[in-house]
Design a protein around this ligand. Structure first.
Ligand SMILES: N=c1c2ncn([C@@H]3O[C@H](COP(=O)(O)OP(=O)(O)OP(=O)(O)O)[C@@H](O)[C@H]3O)c2ncn1[C@@H]1O[C@H](COP(=O)(O)O)[C@@H](O)[C@H]1O
Length: 110
């Protein structure tokens, strides 16, 4: 699973140097951060709608498709800002064995 993210991140880094006419990722970088954020927001909304629509259905394919779009555009956003999936995975790993409720309580006492 992590290997897929690593491979995609490598492609995204290569596409920073690519021609915007032949690469969707390069075209997003060329349009700049605001366009990338607009796409992340759009995909986020589409993911929420797909989740609502499929909650009582056995067919979750739309949710899988929209979440893939959201993850992909989030990775482009991170790449644009000099970050990659390894930074997020590292943060998630740091949180292993730390209850969300305990973490929240600790924050409220600082
Ligand atoms: N995983 C993806 C991926 N997921 C989604 N998309 C594109 O993201 C876009 C999603 O935007 P929308 O659904 O809003 O469609 P749209 O209306 O065409 O978009 P806009 O015109 O509104 O920007 C579509 O063009 C999809 O093809 C992706 N484009 C590329 N990748 C990966 O990135 C690699 C590099 O892509 P290129 O830079 O195009 O070579 C590819 O080999 C893939 O591995």
């Amino acid at each position: 699973m992590t290997d897929t993210l690593r491979q995609l991140a490598e492609v995204l880094e290569q596409r920073k140097q690519a021609d915007a006419d032949s690469s969707y990722v390069a075209s997003l970088h060329a349009k700049g951060l605001n366009k990338i954020l607009e796409k992340v927001g759009e995909e986020c909304t589409e993911t929420l709608l797909a989740a609502k629509d499929c909650q009582h259905s056995d067919d979750k394919s739309d949710l899988i498709y929209e979440t893939a779009d959201l993850w992909f555009h989030s990775l482009v956003m991170l790449s644009h800002l000099g970050l990659g999936p390894e930074d997020i995975l590292q943060e998630l790993e740091r949180r292993f064995d730390l209850s969300g409720l305990a973490e929240k309580a600790a924050r409220q006492h600082t």
